[in-house]
Ligand binder design. Structure first.
Ligand SMILES: [Zn+2]
Length: 190
């Protein structure tokens, strides 16, 4: 920002960018000016510096968000599933994600990368360019079907036993109902 690209300190001695063409008439911040001091106050903010140290180099949450969105298609939150169906749907979402999580960008017949225009809500009518990925594959479905057929041929038709945990509230201590009602009433009389 100040046209200084070397001697930044031990952790990060030099800039990693390529040679900057000076003829672009680029404007630099001049040390000691109000504008420069304001920027320095922002980038040297102790809270920001502490946050940056905590950031992960590789592990961003976008993949996790993508998985949650996929899981919501296999097991929509608006429906209530019992334990076993919920577990099966979660496992299917995992299989689908593992097979399709790292899809590459699709290309046109000419070999150019494909993009699509989308209009996200937060842009309020503005368009955003998104890369188009290659179509999802469902090879895990064939593998599952093969496995089911094999199991049936072997005479194993019972689904494997799933340890279904008891309801969460079953571990709570249950108070005497009459006493609880009495306590509830006295609270309201006050
Ligand atoms: Zn630089």
């Amino acid at each position: 920002m100040q046209n200084q690209h070397t001697g930044h300190g031990d952790h990060f001695p030099n800039c990693l960018h390529a040679e900057i063409e000076q003829r672009q008439n680029r404007k630099w911040l001049i040390p000691g000016t109000i504008a420069c001091n304001k920027v320095l106050a922002i980038v040297n903010n102790p809270r920001l510096c502490k946050d940056i140290a905590m950031m992960s180099e590789k592990h961003q949450t976008s993949r996790l968000e993508a998985f949650h969105s996929l899981l919501n298609q296999f097991a929509p939150k608006t429906y209530h599933f019992l334990y076993r169906p919920q577990k099966c749907r979660t496992l299917l979402a995992v299989l689908h994600y593992n097979e399709n999580g790292g899809r590459s960008q699709a290309s046109t017949v000419d070999g150019a990368s494909r993009y699509a225009l989308t209009f996200p809500k937060f842009k309020k009518g503005g368009a955003v360019v998104r890369p188009v990925m290659v179509a999802a594959s469902y090879e895990y479905v064939d593998k599952l079907l093969d496995l089911v057929v094999t199991r049936c041929n072997e005479g194993v038709i019972q689904p494997s036993q799933v340890d279904i945990p008891s309801f969460l509230c079953s571990s709570f201590e249950r108070p005497d109902k009459a006493e609880a009602i009495a306590a509830h009433r006295t609270r309201f009389l006050k």
